[in-house]
Design a protein. Structure first.
Length: 95
């Protein structure tokens, strides 16, 4: 019988600092459910960046506000860094 590995103890939270000096922590991208990843991919593919920010921030209104106020290039780089920190490539994270 194949046993699915528990990666939760191997992946570190993704910590980042915004240009204004504020610091945030996200759960590892690799621990997002497939439905969360699909929702983020759908939002990004449809250029619904505010929706992407809401999905990333979850219930953190302060983080959401900070993300939607970033230049789009900074937001895209941040999202890619979050994926890469969990060793998930953009192709692997697409539904």
């Amino acid at each position: 019988m194949y046993e699915v590995k528990d990666f939760s103890k191997e992946l570190e939270p993704f910590e980042f600092k915004l240009p204004d000096g504020s610091k945030y922590k996200l759960p590892p991208f690799g621990m997002c459910s497939s439905s969360e990843v699909q929702a983020m991919a759908d939002a990004a593919n449809g250029d619904r960046l505010e929706e992407s920010c809401r999905l990333i921030a979850r219930d953190d209104d302060k983080l959401y506000t900070a993300l939607v106020n970033l230049p789009v290039s900074s937001l895209v780089v941040l999202m890619n860094a979050w994926r890469q920190a969990s060793s998930v490539t953009p192709g692997e994270s697409r539904g």
